[in-house]
Design a protein around this ligand. Structure first.
Ligand SMILES: [Zn+2]
Ligand SMILES: [Zn+2]
Length: 343
């Protein structure tokens, strides 16, 4: 495919899409029904349908029986860990292999003109972004994901919490299921904004931002405290009526879904003239500019907070203006020492 029909490439080799990034229309004003209707397919396709299918498969075939889950045992805990680890290894590994190792579509639709492996950096374990990402994913990401899953499934098996069954509450469970990606977005926006507070950023979130040019293994490359915060939205299933399949779906949206923003390509080519939209651009801009797009724009959270970057030159100008104002405020603010002198 010719990516220059869809975007432009600058002299550094960085490609950007022509179309403006739009926030989801559900809560965006002025509200427009046609916009909502046109947006609905992109809410489901391709990712959320895939995540729900995986959750369904896990629930039907790859989750121990309720009687087994009632008693804590390292055997079934290890099984759940290995099942999650295998999925991540397969999916993230396949994307990384195709796009970054084999470079099957070259740099077509690639936001950053460079490939991370061409620029080793000492900020990463073993000077290697991929090795760093893989180790952090398997050593702390997956154990913490699995710990949340084990806790919630164990509580369900023992009847602890307001669990519902489909026969009794079909409307609620469907509505809740539809809301899960939105709940994840709100939660992620809040914890993400929190860990951008300078002291927490330095201690926790800078690990994730070491990947300025992210690739799939950057997705769960986080400090363990960020992993703990990141999956904590799954605890909502212990507060509102839910069903275990929705727990598994939620963990897919959060865990497996982390890859979406870190693919680094706007489209994944699947054949001659065919490609899947990655939905990666909003979060790519976050990795590039740090203080924009704290969420992915499904809801207009960044727009409300003045931190939305729509990927256009105008978006870039607004961001620069905001950064300059922030800098001016910091310069104008007297330091503690100066305050003491004034006092
Ligand atoms: Zn990221
Ligand atoms: Zn961040």
């Amino acid at each position: 495919m010719n990516d220059l029909e869809f975007g432009t490439r600058d002299k550094r080799g960085n490609w950007r899409p022509n179309r403006r990034l739009e926030v989801g229309p559900l809560l965006d004003m002025p509200w427009n029904l046609m916009r909502v209707l046109k947006w609905i397919p992109s809410y489901f396709l391709p990712w959320n349908v895939v995540f729900f299918a995986i959750a369904g498969l896990f629930w039907v075939s790859l989750t121990p029986e309720r009687t087994t889950l009632q008693t804590f045992d390292w055997g079934w805990v290890a099984f759940i860990f290995l099942r999650n680890a295998a999925l991540i290894a397969l999916l993230y590994g396949a994307l990384e292999l195709r796009l970054y190792v084999r470079r099957a579509q070259g740099d077509r639709f690639k936001y950053n003109g460079k490939f991370p492996s061409d620029a080793p950096s000492s900020v990463f374990w073993f000077n290697n972004q991929n090795v760093d990402g893989v180790l952090r994913t398997f050593l702390s990401g997956l154990p913490i994901w699995t710990a949340y899953e084990v806790l919630i499934l164990w509580m369900w098996a023992n009847g602890l919490g307001p669990w519902a069954i489909f026969g009794d509450s079909p409307l609620w469970l469907v509505a809740f299921g539809l809301m899960i990606p939105l709940i994840h977005e709100v939660h992620f926006f809040i914890i993400h904004r929190l860990i951008h507070i300078p002291i927490l950023y330095k201690w926790i979130h800078s690990v994730h931002h070491n990947s300025v040019n992210p690739s799939p293994w950057s997705s769960l490359s986080m400090h363990p405290v960020e992993h703990l915060l990141y999956w904590s939205d799954s605890l909502i299933h212990l507060i509102v009526p839910s069903h275990p399949v929705l727990v598994l779906y939620h963990l897919q949206v959060t865990g497996t879904g982390a890859v979406i923003g870190h693919i680094g390509f706007d489209k994944i080519e699947t054949g001659a003239g065919r490609a899947i939209d990655s939905h990666a651009y909003a979060h790519y801009l976050h990795h590039k500019y740090f203080e924009v797009n704290y969420a992915d724009g499904m809801l207009p959270l960044d727009k409300w907070m003045g931190t939305w970057h729509d990927g256009t030159k105008e978006g870039y100008r607004l961001m620069k203006e905001r950064f300059q104002k922030k800098k001016a405020r910091q310069v104008a603010r007297p330091s503690l020492k100066e305050k003491e002198n004034i006092g």
